[in-house]
Design a binder for this molecule. Structure first.
Ligand code: ACO
Length: 400
């Protein structure tokens, strides 16, 4: 076998792989993807089974510990998540001083980094490691709901120990003294499924960012804060918001989906069909199939219709009949239908990418842990192909 490092040292040979789409940056036991067949598994379990049968807390346990929890393990984890659900009261002032128009992803990234100042203890024991992980999973959810409430000028709703992880989030977002929030079992199930589908996706842009920052041995809060910043981008997690905004634009301009499809094919137009295409899946994203079914379910429970679902389905149909999309292997990804589920749960569009971040958190943490436990871990340091000036002399400033 060729030792690539030896070869590079001897020859200066460098692999050119922009975006690293054909480079393995690590070995991993967490998530398996087959992009050609549309397969996704966490720790060996098919995403379809997990989405159907497991709640988000079980999937957090699975990603962090390698297998699904027993009932006792699940109960212990639920108690710990409740114990760590409150946010330090001194942090409230940070939230209150962001401008009302601040993007919740910027707030979340800053606040996760700030958490480190409140919990500076080192992760030197198994107990401290577990506490840090569960603290993050619980508090990020509380902080997300807090930032939403404050942005609306509403009083914060505290987490309740008698509610599950997902029910608590919905209650913290929506409860009001004038209209107490009625928790619908089906909405809690939908949110569980939404977060299960987002929980990990191997070495995507934000996860690779978490690993890159972690590889410099920066603390976990800094690594996750950087991951959230990467997720914010519209080509990555920000796509769920961009999709719904695209559907809205189509609706407002008369519902002509063919025009959007035509624009997406025009190489002189920067417009892309948001929620279509994926770096790894070259077929239908298996998560999008599940999300699509969930749209009908939640809309039926809410006893309502969403005109954006009609636009989405028509857009999908028209695009998939067009050879441009099939020739380029462009199919709906998870973000194509997820916004319709979120809207039905009453989540405002500016919170969509935050919802993705809460879901991806256990994946990022599991990947960070795997990196830290890897005896062969290396500092992330890709090379480049230099194409700039060759050697030249510096001229005195008056001669330039
Ligand atoms: N609409 C129109 N054309 C597209 C689209 C799209 N959504 N996506 C890719 N293409 C075209 C490109 O123009 C390019 O065409 P060409 O070869 O004729 O020049 C070709 O398909 C390949 O595109 P790349 O950007 O090189 O493909 P890549 O696999 O790197 O891109 C990405 C993946 C970034 C997701 C892309 O498909 C995209 O921009 N999609 C829209 C944004 C989106 O939905 N992002 C969410 C992804 S899922 C997630 O991160 C959670």
């Amino acid at each position: 076998a060729i030792d690539i490092r030896e070869l590079r040292a001897k020859t200066g040979y460098i692999t050119f792989d922009p975006g690293f789409s054909n480079s393995g940056s690590c070995t991993s036991t967490i998530t398996y993807m087959d992009g050609a067949k549309g397969v996704l598994r966490y720790r060996g379990y098919p995403i379809e089974q997990l989405a159907e049968t497991s709640c988000f807390v079980e999937v957090c346990y699975l990603l962090l510990n390698g297998d699904l929890p027993s009932r006792a393990e699940y109960q212990r984890m639920s108690v710990m998540l409740n114990d760590h659900s409150l946010v330090h009261e001194d942090m409230q002032i940070f939230f209150q001083n962001f401008p009302r128009s601040a993007n919740p992803m910027g707030i979340l990234s800053s606040m996760v980094n700030a958490l480190r100042s409140f919990y500076p203890e080192l992760m030197t024991t198994e107990e401290a490691i577990e506490t840090t992980f569960l603290r993050l999973i619980s508090k990020v959810r509380t902080m997300a709901a807090m930032s939403h409430r404050i942005s609306r000028g509403h009083k914060i709703v505290y987490p309740r120990p008698d509610y599950s992880y997902c029910a608590n989030f919905l209650n913290m977002m929506h409860d009001s003294p004038v209209r107490p929030y009625e928790i619908k079992k089906e909405f809690v199930e939908a949110l569980n499924m939404f977060w299960v589908l987002h929980a990990d996706h191997e070495q995507n842009c934000s996860t690779s960012t978490v690993r890159a920052v972690g590889s410099a041995r920066a603390n976990i809060y800094a690594a996750l804060s950087a991951g959230i910043a990467a997720l914010w981008g519209p080509l990555h997690g920000g796509a769920n918001r961009a999709v719904v905004e695209m559907f809205e634009d189509i609706r407002k301009s008369g519902g002509d989906v063919k025009k959007a499809v035509k624009r997406a094919k025009d190489k002189n137009d920067p417009f892309r069909l948001m929620g279509f295409g994926h770096s790894v899946y070259k077929t239908y994203d298996p998560r999008a199939k599940i999300m699509k079914k969930m749209c009908d379910k939640v809309l039926a429970v809410a006893n309502t219709e969403d005109p954006l679902l009609d636009i989405a389905m028509e857009l999908e149909e028209v695009a998939l009949k067009d050879s441009y999309f099939t020739d380029h292997n462009l199919y709906p990804n998870i973000d194509f239908y997820s916004g319709i589920v979120l809207r039905t749960l009453g989540i405002p569009v500016e919170m969509f990418t935050v919802m993705f971040a809460i879901g991806r958190l256990p994946g990022w943490i599991a990947q960070w842990k795997e990196l830290m436990d890897d005896p062969f871990k290396k500092l992330f340091r890709p090379r480049q192909i230099y194409v700039g000036e060759t050697m030249r002399e510096v001229l005195p400033i008056d001669e330039r």
